[in-house]
Design a protein around this ligand. Structure first.
Ligand code: ZN
Length: 116
């Protein structure tokens, strides 16, 4: 385990409203989708894990662990990480038809070109 992705667990409908508010305030949005109904909002209450970038060839993986009273998102390494190496994981964004594509700049030889 490297770090926990902390934040506030929101229902999907609330997360959509919060994202609109953050964007209207030109605030960077940090959210992690747990499932179709729940999102962790790390925009205002999150820890350092929210700054971990996407990569198509990541050195970490994000896992959602379910507890009786909720969820935890655990970032774990999938290989040895060298000192000073940037942490990254695959965001695994769904492709939504009509949604603007987000270009990937991870630089990996196997880069898929798009994050979503
Ligand atoms: Zn990439």
């Amino acid at each position: 385990m490297v770090i926990e992705y902390n934040g506030t667990i929101l229902r999907n409908e609330v997360a959509i409203q919060k994202e609109k508010i953050y964007r209207s305030q030109n605030r960077p949005v940090f959210m992690f989708r747990i499932d179709s109904q729940h999102v962790v909002d790390a925009t205002r209450t999150g820890g350092l894990a929210r700054y971990i970038n996407h990569s198509c060839a990541p050195n970490c993986v994000a896992e959602v662990v379910t507890f009786e009273r909720g969820y935890k998102i655990i970032i774990s390494c999938v290989r040895r990480i060298d000192k000073g190496e940037e942490l990254c994981f695959d965001y695994q964004f769904d492709t939504v038809e009509g949604q603007q594509k987000i270009a990937c700049h991870c630089g990996a030889p196997e880069c898929r070109k798009w994050i979503n």
